[in-house]
Write a protein that binds this ligand. Structure first.
Ligand code: SAM
Length: 288
């Protein structure tokens, strides 16, 4: 899968030009050189190219912005360098573009919310072009005539689209086959699907209504994780996790996922796959 990122700050992604080689042999390409994303690029599962919008200007000052028509604060990114940059990438013009294979995305606070489901859809594509705005934003004709979708990473205003593009890139790349060590890691974490494997039961539940997986988030937030030592600064891990009773561990994890979702993101409960037992447990929380 290939990502093309259009920005006036390409070094945000690729690090300074005189980057070195890190211990594990991956080039220190800023955010592109680390962890899961760094490995995905090193193994070729993901290709990322950054494009400096100033390379697509035609004046001596390499001007990418101009004053807004109608007056008002700040400057606006011009449409022309963005159009010419996208056209240089071999992306089909919009009427002919196959939107199952390619998407041109404008990062924008006015966009649709970027979610795990959007990341999963993008992960099925061959090429995603990410356009990073700056200043007061981008000439609206980019949204009207060039971009397939506007995406926002949340209800707040960033000073530029680069951080948002990095979020989209990271969340999407880790869903690609072979990028995470364990194929199920990305399936059953926060916002993920319920584990409906096996023949018994439906909707991620066993026939007796217990969630099958210790991981199946099923639209809930992930359950809490602990690692060694078993006691840290006087606080011990929950006893059940050290007991080796897998059914009990599974039930505890399910309940903690429910509790965390109830406490931090109650809006998610409406769309989650819940058993009768889950509902009973949630009712006990309401009573507290
Ligand atoms: N005037 C714009 C508004 O009120 O919606 C804000 C422009 S913002 C200062 C500059 C750029 O940052 C935007 O063009 C966009 O690319 C990016 N940006 C800001 N907030 C964002 C968000 N929540 N999600 C994605 N991109 C964002």
């Amino acid at each position: 899968m290939r990502f093309d990122i259009l920005t006036i700050f390409p070094n945000f992604f690729s690090g300074p030009p005189d980057h070195g080689v890190l211990d594990h042999g991956i080039l220190d390409h800023g955010i592109l050189g680390h962890g899961v994303l760094g490995r995905a690029i090193a193994t070729g599962a993901v290709q990322v190219a950054t494009h400096d919008l100033r390379d697509f200007t035609h004046d001596r000052h390499r001007t990418v912005d101009d004053r807004p028509f109608g007056g008002g604060e700040g400057m606006v990114l011009k449409a022309q360098p963005i159009f010419e940059c996208v056209e240089s990438l071999g992306v089909a013009a919009r009427p002919e573009r196959d939107l199952t294979r390619q998407s041109v995305v404008l990062l924008s606070a006015q966009g649709r919310r970027f979610t795990q489901a959007v990341a999963a859809r993008l992960a099925g594509m061959e090429q995603v072009v990410l356009i990073c705005g700056r200043y007061e934003g981008v000439d609206e004709r980019v949204s009207e005539m060039l971009a397939d979708e506007e995406l926002s990473i949340g209800d707040y205003v960033l000073s530029g689209g680069e951080l948002a593009a990095a979020v989209v890139l990271d969340a999407t790349a880790r869903l690609l086959p072979g990028v995470l060590g364990h194929a199920d890691s990305a399936r059953y974490e926060s916002f993920g699907e319920a584990d409906s494997g096996g023949n018994e039961g439906v909707d991620g539940m066993t026939a007796d209504g217990v969630p099958r997986s210790t991981h199946g988030a099923g639209g809930l937030l992930d359950y809490p994780h602990y690692t060694r030592p078993a006691e840290f600064r006087g606080v011990a891990i929950p006893e059940v996790l050290a007991g080796g009773d897998h059914a009990a561990i599974r039930l505890w994890r399910r309940r903690m996922a429910l509790k965390k979702t109830w406490r931090n993101r109650p809006d998610l409960l409406a769309g989650a796959v819940l058993s009768d037992e889950d509902r009973e447990f949630l009712a006990t929380l309401e009573e507290i």
